[in-house]
Design a protein. Structure first.
Ligand code: UTP
Length: 290
């Protein structure tokens, strides 16, 4: 398999779970401690040596592309004010990756969003990282998948074990474990009832796919709410050509879920030595820690 140089990051959803915060601000721009959600996702791609980022956006999301561009006016203010560490930080964000973007004109689901990037991907294998799914740990999440895609020469999907009561919220795989944490996918099912779920290995927002996925996506029939599900196309691809799954190590936060979003904020704030003790002191005022 050729090197993975491009990642598609869909960010065109409505973010309805996060309203009213997301009425005019994209969910992906909400801050986790001192950075917007999307910056953590792009940093993960960068750590996995991916240079080209394709955002699938909508008309209200240009601020996401702007975040990864220079802001010359701000830079000159910082320079004149002698705030050189901040200047370096904002420039670093602008220089992290090459940014391309494509519009998803109707929000017809994750599968449809990925389809929108077809002409920018062309014939190369590529990664997909869901723009509101945060992964942290040693090896960058998407890097764990790339490693297996390269060695197995097959598409790979990231999975994590979820509690049985949550399987109905995810795509779930049926897989045979071929080495610790690596599965050959036999089948996958989107949002199964608990009693129909083949396992509790849930597909999380990281994928490495081959461009033949687009042919399968074209054939997917819209499901609930007219949405074109990526899982449906991957299921057909897995059956015809094979697919692997990697049980991802590290932590995951779904930024569209308030409890996880807020936990991620506290987690990152606690990593900052300057803030840690002040924050813990304040939290102790209204939380009883055991
Ligand atoms: P979600 O279902 O988590 O996001 O999609 P959403 O639709 O924005 O949020 P809720 O459920 O209404 O709160 C996962 C990712 O896929 C993108 C979203 O932007 C999000 O990053 N997405 C989803 C698209 O790009 N296009 C779509 O049509 C749907």
């Amino acid at each position: 398999m050729k090197d993975i140089r491009k990642v598609v990051i869909p960010v065109a959803g409505w973010g309805t779970r996060s309203l009213p915060a997301t009425k005019n601000i994209p969910k992906e721009m909400l801050p986790i401690y001192n950075k917007p959600v999307i910056q953590y996702v792009v940093e993960e791609a960068q750590r996995a040596k991916i240079k080209d980022v394709i955002f699938v956006t909508n008309r209200d999301k240009s601020v996401i592309e702007d975040h990864f561009d220079y802001n010359l006016q701000l830079e000159s203010v910082l320079e004149r004010g002698g705030k050189l560490d901040k200047l370096e930080e904002v420039r670093r964000v602008a220089e992290m990756v090459n940014v391309m973007s494509v519009r998803q004109k109707k929000q017809l689901g994750l599968g449809h969003a990925v389809m929108c990037a077809r002409d920018l991907i062309r014939d190369d294998p590529f990664a997909i990282m869901v723009g509101d799914d945060l992964m942290f740990g040693g090896v960058p999440g998407i890097g764990q998948l790339i490693e297996v895609a390269m060695s197995e020469k097959m598409p790979v999907v990231g999975v994590m074990e979820v509690p049985w009561e949550k399987v109905s919220k995810y795509g779930i795989i049926d897989g045979e474990e071929v080495s610790p944490g690596v599965y050959r996918v036999k089948d996958m099912v989107e949002k199964p009832a608990r009693e129909d779920a083949p396992s509790r290995l849930a597909i999380v927002g990281r994928y490495v796919l081959t461009p033949d996925i687009f042919d399968y996506l074209e054939k997917v029939k819209p499901g609930k709410g007219g949405e074109i599900q990526l899982t449906d196309a991957m299921q057909a691809l897995a059956r015809d050509k094979g697919m692997m799954a990697v049980r991802m190590s590290g932590m995951r936060f779904d930024a569209g879920d308030w409890a996880e979003f807020l936990t991620a904020n506290i987690y990152f704030a606690l990593q900052d030595e300057d803030l840690r003790y002040e924050l813990l002191g304040m939290l102790k005022n209204f939380v009883q820690f055991n």
